[in-house]
Unconditional design. Structure first.
Ligand code: APR
Ligand code: PHB
Length: 400
């Protein structure tokens, strides 16, 4: 296990809670601009690197990784996708992203790989990362010198900083440190989950397939040409133990067009899990000297794979603002951070919600609403204007 050992630094410029993609990318960008930080991560590195998450990278995230000096492996091994398919009424229809967006594409590269690259880059620069550091509170966030309190192997430690970046995910400690009167949370929980598997089989197709079907949504995705990721919509309280691999493959095939199902390579799953679907935003994303970024501030349902990409745009805005402050004392970026990040967050929330609503079988939908879904899909593929709007969201809205 790698990471800093005691005695830990007691003071830094930016204390970063969370060593997921948000926290690591922030520490790397700050370091390259001469700003010090310490990352406090509750879990071991092996645990962080065992989490399976999505991996469709927008252009903005790709550019940011290159700027952070961690784009080489992504550029070598990541798969460029210039389109994807949506299947409905028994047929798969292609969305030609590159054609609709003047050449924009996305890159398929697993979040696990990206996180590994970030850890390696931080190690190469001797970045301070404390693992098994469970942050239990942040004191003095409305003063000029906030302090992060954390527990490491039974001992309590304190880290003083000029600023605190809460990059500690949905269940983290950062958001909880903000007085409830100073933060508003807006949430929608969807009445279903995604049952996902990873299998060492070639993907169903060269491109992702999102399937609308009366039995429920399905998705064929991939990590690389030998590793596939598949999902089927399931009940929110589904029991994983009831899903043998055979049952999963049968259900997936039943939701795919005949031509795709018949050519599907099946095999044993190497991971199987159920994820709930939620839309969530906490606003504002700043309180005093504490800034929220990534999953700590917002969650999108996975349809459209915007979670990681939104974390990246937050980190872009926040790193710019902190670097401007430390290099020239300018505070404008820090003041604008929350508004600027939230404008992009809400647009991605809207797109993820739209894609989720369009493609899933909601238990409450009557015959009329189901027909509205297929009519909308039919319209989408008959109108270049409609498809262009969806494509520009899928490849990622600009960081403005
Ligand atoms: N103290 C220290 N670390 C903590 C604490 C705490 N109290 N609470 C949570 N953490 C750590 C978690 O262990 C995790 O490693 O914070 C990290 C947060 O990482 P992520 O959940 O991955 O969130 P983020 O870095 O914002 O990444 C963005 O994009 O695709 C989505 O949800 C997906 O993880 C992904 C996210
Ligand atoms: C994934 O590969 O896990 C994935 C891809 C696209 C999505 C969601 C998840 O929209």
């Amino acid at each position: 296990m790698q990471g800093a050992e005691p005695p830990f630094p007691q003071r830094t410029q930016v204390a970063i809670i969370g060593g997921g993609p948000s926290g690591l990318l922030l520490s790397q960008l700050l370091h390259l601009a001469g700003v010090q930080s310490v990352v406090l991560e509750r879990q071991s590195r092996d645990y962080v690197l065992s989490r399976i998450r999505a991996g469709v990278l927008e252009q903005g995230l790709q550019a940011l990784l290159r700027k952070a000096g961690v784009g080489d492996r992504m550029d070598r091994e990541g798969l460029v996708h210039d389109g994807f398919a949506i299947s409905f009424s028994g047929e798969a229809r292609r969305v030609d992203l590159a054609d609709l967006t003047n050449g924009a594409t996305v890159r398929v590269y697993g979040q696990t790989e990206l996180t590994r690259d970030l850890y390696e880059a931080r190690d190469a620069l001797q970045g301070a990362i404390v693992h098994e550091a469970d942050v239990v509170g942040v004191d003095g966030i409305d003063s000029a010198s906030p302090q992060v309190r954390f527990e490491h192997r039974g001992q309590t430690h304190h880290l003083a900083a000029d600023f605190v970046a809460a990059c500690d995910g949905f269940h983290g400690a950062g958001r909880r440190a903000v007085p409830s009167s100073a933060i508003k949370t807006i949430e929608r929980v969807y009445p279903f989950g995604w049952l996902g598997i990873l299998s060492e089989t070639p993907p169903a197709s060269d491109e992702l397939i999102y399937a609308h079907h009366e039995r429920g949504f399905a998705l064929c995705s991939m990590r690389n040409p030998q590793l596939s990721r598949y999902y089927v919509q399931c009940a929110a309280d589904e029991d994983l133990a009831e899903w043998s691999d055979d049952r999963f493959w049968e259900e997936l095939k039943a939701r795919l067009p005949e031509g795709v199902a018949s050519g599907l390579s099946t095999g044993p799953s190497i991971e199987k899990s159920i994820a709930p679907l939620r839309s969530f935003v906490a606003e504002p994303m700043r309180y005093g000297r504490l800034f929220l970024a990534g999953d700590a501030a917002h969650i999108v349902p996975p349809t459209g794979a915007k979670g990681l990409n939104l974390a990246a745009s937050d980190i872009y805005y926040l790193s710019e603002a902190l670097i401007a402050f430390f290099s020239s004392g300018r505070e404008a970026g820090l003041k604008d951070y929350s508004d600027r990040a939230l404008r992009r967050v809400w647009k991605a929330e809207r797109f993820s919600w739209w894609m989720t609503a369009l493609l899933h079988n909601f238990p409450s939908l009557g015959a009329f609403e189901r027909r509205m879904q297929t009519a909308e899909l039919d319209y989408l593929f008959s109108s270049r204007a409609a498809l262009t709007s969806r494509a520009e969201n899928y490849v990622g809205l600009p960081y403005d």
